[in-house]
Write a protein that binds this ligand. Sequence first.
Ligand code: R5P
Length: 307
Amino acid sequence: MEIKLFTGNAHPDLARRVAEALGVPLGKAVVDRFPDGEVRVRLLESVRGDDVYLIQPTSPPVNDHLMELLLLADAARRSSAGRINAVIPYFGYARQDKQTQGREPVSAKLVANLLETVGVHRVIAIDLHAPQIQGFFDIPVDHLSAVRLFARYLQEKGYTENGVVVSPDAGRAEEARRLSERLGLPLAMLAKRRHGPKDTSVTYVIGEVAGKRPLIIDDIVSTGGTIRRGVEALLLAGALPEMVVMATHPVLVGEARENLSHPAIREVIFTDTIPLRDGGYTVLSTAELLAQAIRHVHTNQSVSALI
Ligand code: R5P
């Protein structure tokens, strides 16, 4: 089985970087729109019997990018691909992973169903918003993490001195713990309450942060409200105004830039799972991680070693 890589319009630069790292050319495909706005897809080369990897984060505009991915998978299945792997560096629709109030959908489960229905055999994702999303699928899901990338960068920059790793809410506690262990630093956590899609507050700071430099790790920065309130709570608890913020997925909507421009934040670090149009942030590439995962899957080697 040959490796074949394709991408939609969500992040062609990342797909090219993965292709370069693998030494495999990106497959040719048309992914555009019919005059009425419907997504049009056509693979311009044979995938018969091939090991196909569709590289497409479901980043905003999420519906368009998700639909492109589904249609690419459908095209590959109908063209007799041997295996179809959806490489979804940022998995959108992940934040509705349960019914928090009555009469809500579980969007993450619906997306999992859709991907399986179109014939995807495997998903490769980075830092799913909720790890249990892996269990929403009945196919293998290789769940990669950016923690190693962040740890290496923080060490190179010397940010670990007098540092404390901070989880901005209970949901990130596990990643924060892994980062703190990797760096040999203490761990703190904020007790966050969400009052609405854009409104959060911090009720407690759990752990010792006074006189320390917080290294805040989250999966997503969307409006940046979580980070801004977290920074304010940490300052009130006596933390140093030299904080480092890192998040895997720079969704960045609304007032994100203002919220991230807080004077107590020294550096904001993202990965390239989503294209960044704004400057002023540090971006660590996930291309090599994704390429390694593809190589391991293709040759039936363990992917756990990469996580
Ligand atoms: C929430 O549980 C996530 O881990 C992020 O903290 C959240 O999605 C960030 O959203 P925002 O930037 O809008 O506060």
